[in-house]
Design a protein. Structure first.
Length: 411
């Protein structure tokens, strides 16, 4: 009886050991990468689109043989709010033993998740959160592949000065500008960037107002704007508050040129909600599309394949702006950082990222790759990332600036 028990125990032990060995062996032949995105909650629309870009990049790299012969496996987490972002980052690191994470889309979520990653010395790629605060903390393991809010704000103010004001037949300093923004990390950072650049150029900002993106009524904000009579309103908004704002602008008959952000006015849901009223509205931030014919041979091929795959999985829809940067961030990691490191060791990934100097037009989409060095005020920022200025034209979001990659002219 006792011998039978021992034999059964040994057989069971060897069976479990064999299975465990197989699991470990299989794990050694893939790259397990964590992802953190808002797949539910108020930021889900943009979070899902951003993650779509990451997933397509992952499918493309895997079908091409993976990275150094190993396939990429995504270990995903949903982060509807900052608390969940921090909690999920901790879960991925502690329970899943993840050493590299791609995320987070929203600036407030990024601020929370990256604190946990940095504390644990985990390599982190930020694909969309643009708040200047993200890269102002001197973190060693955080790298933002997209542009910052400051870079984006500088571009749109310069565009108003150099292009829009002359088209309106005015001196830029004679224009009355108003700045409104949601009070989260994205809106606050962008609003400050807009104010700083406008002040540096001597432009006339007649009003600056913030509000909660969860607001159910923005009529009070609009009535204040009507009192100061701005020529142009610059709005850093998300999709739900952008739709609400424009609907109430129409109801209250407020007349002004409104320039929004791609997180709000550049989202396809904005067009679905406003219909014809969306045409003519400008959205600064993520390039809605790019003229890929100006890219180098390989980036051109990569971008064309991404667009084709996106359309195939989204009923013919052209890629959402936020999907572009999700793809771009993941592609930079898969094509340039991970192959150079040859491992998911965070220190070696960090060294690989800091060694890159890939010129614009030869990285992912129209971006190059060069990260600000440790000790810089924006350490980890991709200095070659490019924002874009878009305009809704005949139901399509067209890129009108920078001219080098634009697909249409301002109307």
């Amino acid at each position: 009886m006792r011998k039978t028990f021992i034999v059964k125990f040994l057989i069971a032990f060897l069976f479990v050991f064999f299975l465990t060995g197989q699991v470990v062996f299989a794990g050694e032949n893939v790259w397990r990468i964590g992802t953190i995105y808002p797949l539910s909650g108020p930021n889900a629309k943009n979070g899902i689109k951003n993650f779509d870009g990451v997933k397509i990049a992952t499918a493309m790299i895997n079908e091409a043989g993976g990275v150094l012969g190993k396939k990429v496996v995504l270990v995903s987490a949903d982060a509807p709010d900052p608390q969940a972002a921090a909690s999920e980052a901790n879960r991925l690191i502690t329970n899943e033993r993840i050493t590299a994470i791609i995320g987070t889309q929203s600036s407030s979520l990024s601020m929370a998740a990256t604190v946990v990653a940095e504390k644990n010395k985990i390599f982190y790629i930020e694909t969309e959160g643009v708040s200047g605060l993200i890269t102002a903390r001197g973190f060693k393991y955080l790298f933002r592949t997209t542009f910052s809010g400051g870079m984006m704000a500088t571009q749109i103010i310069d565009y108003i000065t150099e292009v829009l004001a002359p088209k309106l037949g005015k001196n830029a300093k004679d224009l009355r500008l108003a700045i409104i923004h949601e009070d989260g990390g994205f809106g606050t950072s962008t609003g400050k960037g807009l104010q700083a650049r406008a002040k540096a150029l001597g432009l006339n900002v007649v009003s600056t107002q913030s509000y909660s993106s969860k607001s159910a009524d923005l009529s009070g904000l609009i009535l204040k704007l009507k009192q100061v009579k701005p020529d142009i309103v610059l709005a850093a908004q998300y999709i739900n508050d952008a739709i609400l704002f424009h609907r109430q602008v129409k109801e209250l008959r407020f007349k002004s040129i409104i320039i929004g952000s791609t997180a709000g006015q550049g989202n396809p849901d904005f067009l679905k909600a406003l219909g014809e009223d969306a045409n003519g509205i400008i959205a600064f931030g993520i390039p809605a599309e790019i003229s890929i014919k100006r890219l180098g041979a390989q980036p051109n091929k990569d971008a064309a394949e991404f667009i084709q795959r996106y359309k195939k999985t989204h009923r013919g829809e052209y890629p959402n702006p936020t999907s572009f940067v999700g793809f771009g961030g993941a592609w930079i990691f898969y094509k340039f950082i991970l192959p150079n490191a040859g491992t998911l060791d965070p220190d070696k990934l960090r060294a690989a990222a800091l060694s890159l100097d890939i010129k614009p037009g030869h990285g992912a989409l129209n971006w190059g790759v060069k990260f600000a060095k440790p000790g810089a005020r924006n350490a980890g920022q991709n200095l070659y990332a490019s924002a874009g200025i878009n305009q809704w034209q005949d139901g399509h979001l067209k890129l009108i600036y920078p001219r080098e990659i634009a697909t249409a002219d301002l109307r």
